[in-house]
Design a protein around this ligand. Sequence first.
Ligand code: ADP
Length: 384
Amino acid sequence: MGYFSTTKTIGILGGGQLGKMLLNTTRQWDINTHVLDPNNLAPARIGSNAFVQGDLMDYQTVIDFGEKVDILTIEIENVNAKALAYLEKKGVQVYPQAAVIEIIQNKCRQKEFYKKNSIPTAPFQLFGSKETLKDAIVRGLISFPFVWKSESMGYDGYGVKIIRSNQDLETINGGGCMAEDLVNIEKEIGVIVCRSVRGETVNYPSVEMEFHPTSNQVEYVLSPARISKTIEKKAQEIARQVSIAYRHVGLLAVELFLTKEGEIWVNEVAPRPHNSGHYSIEASYTSQFEQHIRALLNLPLGSTDNKVSGVMVNLVGAQNHQGLVHYKNMEHVLGIEGVYPHIYGKKETRPFRKMGHITIVNKNLETARKIAEQVKETIEVISI
Ligand code: ADP
């Protein structure tokens, strides 16, 4: 294996908070890491052995970075996939594989992949442009309401919009897209699967996500999800089916809709550490970050069981604040039992920017959820 206290290197594309948290494990295990990020002040700059500033979408930059490492992984999916395919051919171990990243970078391609692999997902139609979508509406091939999704570069809901009228269509961009049935959602849940190089696979218990009503960002993640055993079993089976289809190496966060009719549909996946798994740092026997490193190095995977229940609160920038960040009332929050803050190290806040998260652990999930609300109401991410 040779990665502990040697010069063998894991390269990470992206130096945001996910990269920073991956580095907790590589530091703990004394594994050499290189990080590439466009921002010279990226959160994962500190903690890596070498930091390179550069564009993750630039072919040559990614190749130059990748050629100096033994294993290459990502913490963000907007990277140059063609460069990854080239590096794979040159013998760099790229996990997740370039083929997986190529599929998930495009929402339309991803949906087609589910259809082809008989994975349950909301019905959809694909369109090459806004014009062909409009034409289909005129011809009565699709009707309001539906969910418009841009094929690429959407994140945290920016490339997604519920379309209820012709007027709503005015605000969307013109590129390739899909029209997806508006799902009658009972709950949004997630299952993180991890698969090692040799194919050993483990699943984390389902988590439940609660969304902010206006920003549509995840506000609370509850582990375990408050769902019946039957639904849990179904969610786990579907997540495993998705994992088998991708044959990924490393983490795969599977986002699922539980419909009002009790169906489980796959929304989308992320082949990397995910916000829905942050709770695992304190609440699980093995954090998602350690699990990812184990998978890449082909080590035995760790237990995914919860030690305690966990609720994660995202710390996002307050609405009317932009500038140097201040975490107001942090000392009050730290006075509460079972509260673990993570500050990502971004110096400037702006409205809804993800600045950190706080995990609340407790033997009782409902107690943790109540404390999480108290934490959310107490702490404020403001500018000074
Ligand atoms: P992003 O990649 O930007 O996070 P998602 O596809 O995950 O976009 O959609 C963001 C959110 O929009 C989902 O978490 C869900 O709340 C809502 N959403 C997405 N698709 C549908 C749908 N078909 N029906 C109802 N709500 C949806």
